[in-house]
Every structure is written in C-alpha cells, then in structure tokens.
Ligand binder design. Sequence first.
Ligand SMILES: Cc1cc2nc3c(=O)[nH]c(=O)nc-3n(C[C@H](O)[C@H](O)[C@H](O)COP(=O)(O)OP(=O)(O)OC[C@H]3O[C@@H](n4cnc5c(N)ncnc54)[C@H](O)[C@@H]3O)c2cc1C
Length: 379
Amino acid sequence: MPRAVVIGGGIGGLTAAIALRQAGWDVSVCERAPELREVGAGLTLWTNAVKVLRRFGVGPAVEAVSHPITRSEVRSWRGRVINAIDFGRLNDRLGAPTIGIHRADLQATLADALGRDRLRLGAEFVGYEQDAAGVTTRFADGRTERGDVLIGADGLKSAVRRQLLGDEPLRYAGYTAWRGVGVIDRPEVPLGVTLLAMGRGSQVGTLPIGKGRTYWFATANVPAGGDGPGDHKADLLRRFGDWWPVVPAVIAATPPEAIIRNDILDRPPVRRWTDGRVALLGDAAHPTTPNMGQGACQAVESAAVLARHLAGAADLPAALAAYAESRFARTAMITNRSWTYGKVFVLESGWACWLRDRLSGLLGGLAVRDTEKLIGAEV
Ligand SMILES: Cc1cc2nc3c(=O)[nH]c(=O)nc-3n(C[C@H](O)[C@H](O)[C@H](O)COP(=O)(O)OP(=O)(O)OC[C@H]3O[C@@H](n4cnc5c(N)ncnc54)[C@H](O)[C@@H]3O)c2cc1C
C-alpha cells in the first residue's frame, strides 16, 4: 500500500488524509501542536466544501455540529439592508447547504473520521530529502518518517513551502481582523442569518456556528503587527460603539478572552506547488484573504483533487504535478478576487463608500448568480 506523510493536522491536512485513505493509501498526519485545542473561531463552509465532505462520508457528522445558513444580508454600518441572498432557495438548487461551524468542532470531527491513531501530535516538520524510491521527513525531535509522497498542509507560514520555494514575504492586506464567539440573542440577527455590515474603513460580520453560538469578525485599516493579547474588547467597543446597535451588542456579549486578533495576510498565487514527491495543499499552496470565506473550502476541494490524482497512480511526481496544475486557476482566481473584495470592503472615503453601497444594492442579483456559480462548481 502506498504511504503519504501529511504535515499539518488542520482542515486541509485532515481532509486530505481522509480522502487518501479512501483512495487506498496508508496515511500519517504529523501535527506540530501537542494537542488539538480550541483555537480559532468560526468558518463558513460553503456548499462546494460541504458536497466534498459528504462524498467522503463525513458530511453528516460535520453538519451535526454546525448551523445551516438560511439567509445572508449585506448592510450599511447603520444597519440598512443593501442586499440579501435567500440561501434556502440556493441550497435547494445546489443540493447541499452552506453552514457555519466552529473551526475546533470541524477539526475534531475530521480527526475522529480519520481515526486519531493516524494523527501524530507534537511532530514539528523541519525538512525533507527525497530519492527515487521515496521521501524522508525530518522532525524537530530528531525522528524521521518515510513515505512515497509528502503533503505540506502546514498552513500560511508553511515550512514545507519554505524548503520548496525559498523565503518569500507574506503580503499584508492593510487591515487586521478581530474574531470572537459568543451567545448573542438579538432579534435582528436570528440564527440562520449571516450578516456583513460595511462602514468606512471597516467591516463586521456574524455567522451562526451551532450550539446557539455566534461567530463574529471585525476589521480595521491599521499597520501590521497587532497580533497577540491585548484589551481588544475595549478597543473594539470604542471603534464600533456608534455602529448599528447589533454590532456593539455582539462585541459586548463576547468574553474578552474569546477575542483574537490576526493581521490579514496572503501570498500572490504561484504555479509551483510541487517538488517531485512533495506537494503543497491548502493555505500552504493557495493562501487567500478571508473576504470570500473560501480558504478552508479550497483546502477541502484540493484534498479531494489530490486524492483523485494519486488513486492508482504509477508515476507519483507526475500525478502531483497534474493535481497542482488542475487546481491553480480556480484557487488563483479566488485569491485575486478576495484581495480585490477586501480593498472594496475597507474603502475609507465617504463618496467611495456611498458608491460601493449603491452598486452592491444594484448588482445584488449578479452577486447571487456569481456565488451560485462559484459554490455550485463540481470539483
Ligand atoms: C479571519 C479569517 C477568517 C476566515 N474565514 C474563513 C471562512 O469563513 N471560510 C473558509 O473556508 N476559510 C476561512 N478562512 C481561511 C481558513 O482559516 C484557512 O484557509 C484554513 O484554515 C486553511 O487550512 P489549512 O489546513 O491549509 O491550514 P491551517 O488551518 O493553518 O493548518 C495548518 C496546520 O499545520 C500545523 N503546522 C504548521 N507548521 C507545522 C510544522 N512545521 N510541522 C507540523 N505541523 C505544522 C499547524 O499547527 C496547523 O494545525 C479564514 C481565515 C481568517 C484569517
């Protein structure tokens, strides 16, 4: 049985491992963290990702710990509805829902589906060497693992990518994001509704993620370097205190320790994701800003396409190269478009924001068709 060593036990790495197991591969997932912790916040998993997870038999378990989206609303910072999408109708047409989920719930569900015995925790990748017969992976504790292929699913700051492509700077989008999870009881945001409020230089979004919880994010145009602990809650209440009352209420309902801050980073798309028996996947290959909510969804899609190319392949480097080639156009389009959307969401000048909000309202129908095309695509 061929064997894959997957670096990174995030959404991409775990989904790739599940997909590879089903394609007849032996898999070991090597994760740097000593345990799978409650890190991160919420995620939108759009129909495109839910369909892939259903195909691998993981859909029901994932959907059971999530909340389906029935409607999405774009509003002005004062709360005026600019446009809305009826997800009930969209889901019916596409045959699978878009869901909100806590990242930790998704990761735990994927780890259970894979089998926890396949997951090596506390395994920090430091380098690889390959020869005609396989790849040897080295870890920080001096251990090694041998496989037929090595999959680098170790995220935005991927060490596998660094060995493959050398040092490349990350690209700061110009805005930082705060994220939080709380139990929010506001009639204006019934569970099932996802919200994006756009203001001058900032946006705030909410998403139901199951068990009665709401995930929210807020962005602001500030210099990079603000990651880490701090009195985020007081800062946010100052920044967003005069927005539509739902926004400060959502922030106020969140325990301070449940608020995290990360500068938004990506990398311009590159075609080279492979080096012989080594391939990148997920954020390691195609990191994107979160403005389309597609980063994890694309990692899930890439996992499915990778496994399809490796199933029964005789020439593994060629199969990996074909996987990368077939994924480049779609992921690059998303990275580029998401970058542009981000710039529009955080416009600062009053007239530009007025024009943005007018156009968003006028072009709402086009946006629905575009979303449907994106999330309805079969991979
Ligand atoms: C604010 C924000 C909001 C987002 N919202 C959405 C959304 O709504 N929908 C969506 O689809 N996506 C969203 N994303 C993007 C999504 O979070 C990522 O695209 C997704 O998590 C990528 O998964 P991954 O498995 O590739 O990487 P990661 O989730 O980063 O996992 C990488 C794993 O590799 C491990 N690792 C790192 N280095 C090593 C090493 N040297 N050795 C071993 N292990 C290592 C890490 O510990 C980690 O567990 C958002 C991102 C941000 C920042």
